[in-house]
Design a protein around this ligand. Sequence first.
Ligand code: PLV
Length: 321
Amino acid sequence: MTHFHVNTPLLESISMSKHVGTTVFLKMENSQPSGSFKIRGIGHLCQQRATQSKGVVCSSGGNAGMAAAYVARKMGLPATIVVPSSTPQLVVQRLKDQGATVKIVGKVWDDANGEALRLTETEGLTYVPPFDDPLLWQGHASIITEVAASLGPVVKPGAVLVSVGGGGLLCGVIQGLKDVGWTDVPIIAMETVGADCLNAAVKAGRVVTLDDITSEAKCLGAKTVCKKAFECTQSSELTIISELVTDQQALHAVETFLDEERVLVELACGASLAAVYSGLIRRLQDEGRLPTVLGPLLVIVCGGSSIDMKQLANLKHKLQT
Ligand code: PLV
C-alpha cells in the first residue's frame, strides 16, 4: 500500500455557485476513510515515523485521533488517543470502534496534548501531533495536487477556502499551492469566534495563546496556532485572508450543506462553508480584497466525525439565541 487516504471527488456545486456568484468546486475530504482530511498527513507521518513503533499516541479534538486510530489499526499498532472532555461521546465511541484506547484528559485540546506528550516519554510511544509537523503538511498538500490533476492544466482556482484549528491544514494547502505553482491563488482561512487563534495572532502581529475556547467548533479549538501558519500570514509569498464567523453561522452552514448537498459535516467544516452561505466572499469582493471577477472557488470540505443528527440537535439547542 502506498498510502492510507483515498483520492477524493472534486464536485461542482450548482447551489453554492448560485450563493456566491462564481463556480464552486468542493473537495470532498469528508469521504476519507477516517471522515476527514487528517488521514493524509497522519498516514504520511506514521509511515515515516511509526514503522518500528510499539504504538502511537495522538492528542486530538477528535478527527486527528480518528485518523491516527485508523492508520494504526491498518499498521497493526496499538493506538492511544487523548481527547479533552469537550469531545462528544459519539466520537469517543467511534474511536473505540476503530480499536483505540481513549483517554479523556482536561477541558480543551491543549490539556490533552500535555498528557499525550507525557505518555510519549513514559511509555515510549510514537507521538502523532494533530497539526504541527512538516510531515503532516506534506501529507495534506496532496489535496491540492489532486485538485490540480482533476482540474487539468487550463483551470486554476480563484481562491481556496479552508478551516483553521491549529493551522496544519492551512500549512498543507500552502505547500500544495507551491508544489503546483499556484502561489497567486489567495487563501481564505476561516475560524469561528472563540476558536480564533490564527485571527488573534494576525491582529496582534505575533503568535498569542487564547485564554479559553468558547466556540462549539471544538475541532478548531487549539489555543495557539502553529508558528509556521502564522509566519505564512506575514510573508508576501502568498495572500492569506483570516476571517471569522459565529458558531450560529457555522451551524446554519452545516444545515444548508446537508439540505443542498445531502452531506453532514461538523461545525469545524461549517466555518468554511459559512464563508459562502453568509455572503462573506461577496463582501471580500465588495471590499476589493478578492477580485470582483473571481475564478472558481475551491472549498476544502474538511469533514469531521463529531456530528450526527442527535449532536446537530444538541448544537441547535445550545446555540439558540
Ligand atoms: N482538528 C484537530 C485539532 O483539534 C483534531 O484533533 O482533530 N476541520 C476539521 C474537521 C478538523 O478536525 C480540524 C482539526 C480542522 C478542520 C483544522 O485543522 P488544523 O488543526 O490542521 O488547522 C484541536
